[in-house]
Design a protein around this ligand. Structure first.
Ligand code: 13P
Length: 287
């Protein structure tokens, strides 16, 4: 069932677990993620970046595909269809396309402009019945070709954005998108605690969830993180399983070149990885 993400995240905050945001990239991805979450009875947020949306022929195509697939697979767990790192225009396009949740990433604007644009989009999202995430303090690494430097957000700026009525907040705490470099210093729990102290009962979002040691994720959840975004980890397991299939020459045996066979190991690897993440985040049987 497609829902906005507000209630599932508020429940996760009070129940001290994390909701997975798994980013989707194509039909197989979506099917694997939905199937894994249904099996584990975990609520889920399907993240769609603007680049992935474009790749999948636009937000309307994505929305129609997810809605039809949710029905066809008989999914019973709550599913939010969420724009990831949205631009101002992208947010309006997703509202019109039938998404149930949006993220406005105004972290690259001066704080005053981030505040004004977020304020406007909170109103637009809520009037249309969507939940909204905002961001303070750019997340490091690369997201759709945009390289951020990985900062720790200013707790006072977090408070200003939180007070606008956003439903959940992404704040940089040393996290980075993509693969973590070997000299990465880990999450800044002091920053996380200081932000939490200022914003109170508002669910926090941890971007760049791939490759963070499990103990750090568990500690972040204890300190108020309620949503963890995972994209790269699913891409890595998909690529590894597909490479193995081809390196073993299985595409050349019988009709092994049939895409339904060729993409199967990758799709199954995504299901397994989603289940692993759900176990760490504690969202199993929380639907
Ligand atoms: P990773 O690709 O590092 O898992 O980050 C995903 C993310 O934060 C999407 O917003």
């Amino acid at each position: 069932m497609l829902v906005d993400a507000k209630e599932m995240l508020n429940k996760a905050l009070s129940g001290h677990y994390g909701i997975p945001q798994f980013n989707i990239n194509n039909l197989e991805w979506t099917k694997s993620v939905l199937s894994a979450c249904e099996e584990e009875k975990s609520p889920v947020i399907l993240g769609v970046s603007e680049g992935a949306g474009k790749y999948m022929c636009g937000f309307e195509t994505v929305s129609a595909m997810v809605r039809a697939m949710d029905k066809a697979l008989g999914i019973t767990v709550p599913v939010a269809l969420h724009l990831d790192h949205g631009t101002y225009d992208g947010c309006y396009r997703c509202i019109r396309a039938g998404f149930t949740s949006i993220m406005f990433d105004g972290s690259h604007y001066p704080i005053e402009e981030n505040v004004e644009k977020t304020r406007e989009l909170v109103k637009a999202a809520h009037e249309a019945g969507l939940s909204i995430e905002a961001e303070v303090g750019a997340i490091g690494g690369e997201e759709d070709g945009v390289i951020g430097m990985g900062e720790c957000a200013d707790p006072e700026e977090c408070k200003r954005i939180a007070d606008l009525g956003v439903d959940f907040l992404a704040a940089g705490i040393g996290n980075i998108h993509g693969i973590y470099p070997p000299d990465w210093k880990g999450l800044s729990f002091e920053t996380l605690a200081a932000i939490k102290e200022r914003i109170g009962e508002l669910p926090l979002v941890l971007h760049g969830g791939s490759g963070i040691p499990d103990e750090q994720i568990e500690k972040a959840i204890r300190l108020g993180v309620s949503k963890i975004n995972v994209n790269t980890e699913l891409q890595l397991v998909f690529a590894a399983a597909t490479r193995k299939y081809i390196e073993e020459g299985l595409d050349k045996k019988g009709k092994g070149y049939d895409p339904r066979k060729l993409l199967k190991p990758g799709a199954e690897a995504i299901v397994e990885e989603c289940k692993n993440r759900i176990a760490v985040f504690g969202s199993k049987n929380k639907a």
